[in-house]
Ligand binder design. Structure first.
Ligand SMILES: *Cc1c(COP(=O)(O)O)cnc(C)c1O
Length: 391
């Protein structure tokens, strides 16, 4: 049965917004693989007319997502970027978005190279400094786009401080909650108007689907975004909605284990002579550890580190020698992934600019999965040793 609104997170993962199928009693939401729905007379139907507009599998997922983020409305899209595009299309030419300066690359591209051509303005600023941010707001500023923790440096932004500032100035806020997942962080509770997810990552959790979602409590905003979902049509198919619904059933277990594994890996990396810096918000000496502690339940499965031998070649050797950490883009799946931002996700950023934020040539990013922690540790230690043997 549908979870009570005050039920705890684990219960929401499994029951939030969900009921057995009204037609058959099926406990798991069926995949309604249909493009259209029979009407008994013109305009007389059971709430569904055409599958771009609505699909029961999608509705179930949307209700579940709303419950997970303590929102009222969930709206799903065919990718995280399609979801972001829908949010941005609620703005007008001449409006300005203020976004984090270490934004997800695809989000940066959508803001600048795509929507910049339609008169949307964007500026990229250091969101860690709320006072400075207050000075940058103009009459044209309509949306703050916040990402925390950031990629790949795992910086933390104070969501509560920024949403308070934005509310004072009558500006909307959206938090890209992809890295944290709602298990670790619930931005609507911290004052955000909108939450964005790439459901491709932790929500789906099994590296088998691309999807995005927007969650809000604001009925007016929800109406506009539902309208765009149907009018633009970047909707996810029912099979993909089923996969994400199924993934979410274990979200709390997966993320919890990823956090535990990450903690162990951080401990080992810090003691390794070949490692220079370890970036993880759970570390007491992380410059924003206190904020992370306040706004997150735990510190996540993403870890970055660089090498004393700060060369691309040394990093490459590490990545070539792991067995369980697969060299790949993306994150948030049950399997551990390893990546090299300087040559992969952040290759388009000039080297000087990369170095100025600590993104060195040897920086390695881990998405820690839910394998056995000691096997993951052995894997990394072996790969680090192999890199030195060659170097
Ligand atoms: C992956 C990602 C996106 C984009 O999502 P897609 O599903 O790939 O379109 C947006 N924000 C963050 C933080 C991401 O990691």
């Amino acid at each position: 049965m549908k979870a009570a609104p005050d039920a705890n997170f684990a219960t929401q993962c499994i029951h939030g917004g969900l009921e057995p199928d009204p037609q058959t009693g099926a406990v798991m939401t069926p995949i309604y693989q249909t493009s259209t729905y029979a009407q008994s007379a013109p305009g007389e139907h059971k709430g569904y007319e055409y599958a771009r507009t609505g699909n029961p599998t999608r509705t179930a997922l949307q209700n579940n997502l709303a419950a997970l983020e303590k929102g009222k409305f969930g709206i799903c899209f065919s990718s995280g970027l399609a979801a972001m595009d829908a949010i941005l299309r609620t703005l007008r030419p001449g409006d300005e978005v203020l976004a984090s300066d270490d934004l997800y690359g695809g989000s940066y591209r959508l803001l600048t190279a795509v929507l910049g051509n339609f008169g949307l303005k964007s500026r990229f600023v250091d969101m860690r400094d709320a006072d400075r941010l207050a000075e940058l707001i103009t009459d044209e500023t309509k949306l703050l786009w916040i990402e925390t923790p950031t990629n790949p440096m795992l910086n933390i932004v104070d969501i509560e401080a920024l949403t308070a500032l934005a509310r004072e100035r009558n500006i909307l806020t959206c938090v890209d909650n992809t890295f944290a997942s709602p298990y670790l962080q619930q931005p609507l509770e911290l004052g955000a108007d909108l939450v964005l997810h790439s459901a491709t990552k932790y929500l789906g959790g099994h590296s088998d689907v691309v999807m995005g979602a927007v969650i809000t409590r604001d009925e007016e905003l929800a109406k506009k975004i539902y309208y765009l979902q149907n009018a633009v049509g970047a909707v996810p198919g029912p099979q993909d909605c089923f996969l994400v619904l199924r993934g979410i059933k274990t979200l709390h277990l997966r993320v919890q284990r990823a956090c535990e594994n990450a903690r162990r890996i951080v401990e080992v990396l810090q003691q390794n002579d070949l490692v220079a810096n370890v970036y993880y918000p759970g570390l007491a000496d992380h410059p924003r550890h206190d904020i992370a502690k306040r706004q997150m339940r735990d510190f996540g499965g993403m870890v970055s580190f660089d090498l004393k031998e700060d060369t691309l070649e040394a990093a490459t050797q590490v990545m070539k020698n792991t067995q369980y950490f697969t060299l790949a883009e993306s994150l948030g799946g049950v399997e551990s992934l390893i990546g090299h931002p300087a040559s992969m996700t952040h290759a388009s950023i000039p080297r000087e600019q990369r170095l100025s934020v600590g993104l060195t040539d040897s920086l390695i990013r881990l998405s820690v999965g839910v394998e056995d922690a000691e096997d993951l540790v052995k894997d990394l230690e072996h790969a680090l040793a192999a890199a030195v043997a060659v170097g």
